[in-house]
Write a protein that binds this ligand. Structure first.
Ligand SMILES: Cc1ncc(COP(=O)(O)O)c(C=O)c1O
Length: 391
């Protein structure tokens, strides 16, 4: 008999394990995982060190340290005009990942349905399965990764409890438009459905893209839990400091689960989170400009190497169609990622893991490159990718 529970037996290893191992083995430039290879702002790092040395090393309150909850509420007001009560409307979680799982556990019952857009960030569906909830997929298609409003309307039914919206979107870099969010909001209101949003890339935006928070649309403040985290904005993905914000009743439900998953989140890193969230406007402007130049650089190289590119509006990622570039022996996205990593020396992520089993073919033509890397890394990747023309 297997020691593994039925709950987890169907989960494979995440694709990142294989690609990271292969990248190490072949000394490839790793544009796979969405983790910066540079450090966060020095004042934020210093705040964490100061907190560790300042005896801030015991359990924080389960819902989060008061100063951090205040900083999260201030950030939401500063960027989106939201008015939140830091004592009831803000919960600090162990990254957005735990925030999402706690939100699903706190807001759904076994047998419910939850709508997700496909391609879908890889933790949501395993979370739903562990919660005994059925995912219902709505495809994003075409150059702009849009959904068909009729298809979305059909996905809602009497069992629908929640819709998950990730904007800016991993893996496509799509930023949901106001019209798209309005269509989602209208269906949520009509069917009494709660929205959980994942906005970890809220500050990584390209060209004139505008990040709109679903919670700020009419009638959505009362039915949306917004999740975000420090990791991407402040280049500290290893800290795992996140938050879930929204109306008190929803946040309380999320905390009902959170209190028995992690109970409380790393105190000194929370203390540094307040410093991070309070950084001046200049920090956020510079962040955006630096990512714009990273994205433009890699987009240009990918285009010149012959890939069909899907320019992202936000996030760390660029999706390409690899079929015009790879040699004939490469037949699918996994083979492409392995080939590029081992023979060209640049690691990327195949796209099919972001699709459910019956839709894997939709992801086969695509691969995902991460641009959250320092100049030297991007230069090395560019140099290797430019050799692709010889194939
Ligand atoms: C869409 C999305 N949500 C959540 C996460 C993880 O966030 P955290 O590290 O705060 O748990 C990631 C990281 O890649 C992501 O891409």
């Amino acid at each position: 008999m297997s020691v593994m529970s039925k709950r987890v037996a169907g989960f494979g290893a995440t694709v990142f394990v294989e690609i990271n191992n292969l990248a190490r083995q072949h000394n490839a430039v790793n544009l796979g995982q969405g983790a910066p290879d540079f450090d966060g702002p020095p004042e934020v790092l210093a705040a964490a060190v100061e907190a560790v040395n300042g005896a801030m090393n015991q359990y924080a309150p389960g819902i989060g340290m008061p100063a951090v909850r205040a900083a999260i509420a201030c950030h939401a007001e500063r960027f989106y005009g939201q008015k939140l009560d830091p004592d009831t409307d803000v919960l600090v979680t162990s990254g957005a990942t735990e925030g999402m799982f706690a939100a699903i556990l706190g807001l759904t019952d076994p047998g419910d349905e939850v709508i997700v857009f496909e391609p879908v960030y890889d933790t949501y569906v395993p979370n739903l399965m562990m919660a005994g909830v059925t995912p219902r997929y709505v495809p994003l298609r075409g150059e702009n990764w849009t959904f068909d409003p009729d298809e979305l309307a059909h996905a809602f039914n009497a069992r629908t409890r929640v819709i998950i919206v990730n904007t800016p979107h991993n893996p496509t870099g799509k930023v949901y438009s106001r019209a798209e969010l309005r269509a989602i909001a209208e269906l949520c209101v009509k069917h009494g459905v709660i929205a959980i949003t994942d906005e970890v890339y809220e500050h990584i935006l390209y060209d004139d893209a505008l990040h709109i928070r679903l919670a700020t649309l009419p009638s959505m403040a009362d039915r949306t839990v917004t999740i975000s985290s420090l990791g991407k904005t402040f280049s500290v993905t290893g800290w795992k400091i996140g938050w879930a914000i929204g109306p008190a009743a929803l946040v309380h439900a999320v905390n009902q689960a959170h209190q028995f998953i992690t109970y409380a989140v790393a105190s000194p890193l929370q203390a540094a989170a307040a410093t991070a969230l309070d950084l001046p406007a200049e920090f956020f402007q510079n962040l955006r400009a630096s990512y714009q130049s990273r994205r433009d650089r890699i987009l240009d190289v990918l285009k010149k190497s012959g890939f069909k590119v899907f320019p992202p509006q936000g996030s760390f990622f660029i999706i390409v169609d690899w079929r015009g570039v790879a040699p004939a022996k490469v037949q699918d996205d996994f083979q492409f990622a392995r080939w590029l990593t081992s023979e060209v020396g640049v690691a990327c992520i195949p796209a099919s893991p972001f699709y459910q089993e019956s839709d894997k073919h939709l992801g086969r033509p695509f691969a995902r490159f991460a641009v959250c890397k320092k100049d030297e890394t991007l230069a090395a990747a560019a140099e290797r990718l430019s050799r692709l023309s010889k194939y």
